[in-house]
Design a protein around this ligand. Structure first.
Ligand SMILES: O=C[C@H](O)COP(=O)(O)O
Length: 256
């Protein structure tokens, strides 16, 4: 693998938070004021689906808007689903798939998540594909197996990885205030990149962004982003606060 400068990415996953007023105010007061080098850093914001239109209206064009989920199926009789085709038609270029809250609370399997990635890719959406282990799995020494099983399921259905961004989010670090140490995060990211090299291609290993997610904040982003295999963050709670700007700045200012 070569050492390649990958564009860093900071995602804000707003989960089921926010109101129309929040979207407008946070766009104007925080997001649209962030000064960063767009050739070095990308920002992707994922609001609640019924706020996507308002996000498109209020958030500046340099920031991408993402869905938090998309269907495993084409348009059709799937009550409550939003299809990849409908998102693309709506001008949404990104989706987050396989978030641990959907895997663990809503029971989405590796295969089901992979089906979503496949159809998102077919409609030209960029996917932030989330993977990660629970605390029990980490303590059992299964971290890499869990992550690579999740990736293998995607590989079984998707050939083109050029629109996939991987987010490594240890479940025990999400919303808990417990961040993986810089060493723990880098160790897993390095192994994910090695998996890409062995199972997809050297090109995919060099070019695929691998984000870290799990209690990222203004206080830990600077250290985490120094690691060679951490290409940005998927931020939950802190993406709803003004400190999101500091996380973007940490990526903007790092020398890799
Ligand atoms: O998608 C984001 C992750 O679930 C991280 O959430 P958090 O930053 O609130 O821990």
């Amino acid at each position: 693998m070569n050492s390649v400068a990958r564009k860093l990415l900071v995602g804000g996953n707003w989960k089921s938070h926010g109101s129309l007023k929040f979207v407008k105010n946070f766009a104007n007061d925080t997001l649209n004021k962030i000064v960063y080098d767009t050739s070095k850093v990308e920002i992707v914001i994922a609001p609640v689906s019924i706020h996507l239109k308002d996000a498109q209206e209020h958030i500046a064009n340099n920031i991408h808007i993402s869905a938090q989920n998309s269907s495993a199926f084409e348009d059709g009789a799937y009550t409550g689903e939003i299809s990849a085709s409908q998102l693309a038609n709506f001008g949404i270029g990104w989706t987050i798939l396989g978030h641990s809250e959907r895997r663990h609370i809503l029971g989405e399997s590796n295969t089901f998540v992979a089906s979503k990635v496949k159809i998102a890719d077919e409609y030209g959406l960029n996917t932030i594909a989330c993977i990660g282990e629970t605390l029990d799995q980490r303590e059992a020494g299964d971290t890499i197996k869990v992550c690579t099983d999740q990736l293998d399921a995607i590989r079984a259905q998707v050939d083109d990885w050029s629109r996939i961004v991987i987010a490594y989010e240890p479940v025990w670090a999400i919303g808990t205030g417990k961040t993986a140490t810089s060493e723990q995060a880098q160790e897993v990211h390095e192994q994910i990149r090695a998996w890409l090299n062995e199972n997809i291609s050297e090109e995919a290993a060099n070019n695929t962004r691998i984000l870290y997610g799990g209690s990222v904040n203004a206080g830990n982003a600077d250290e985490l982003i120094q690691n060679p295999d951490i290409d940005g963050f998927l931020v939950g709670g802190a993406s709803l606060k003004p400190e999101f700007e500091s996380i973007v700045k940490a990526c903007n200012d790092v020398s890799k």
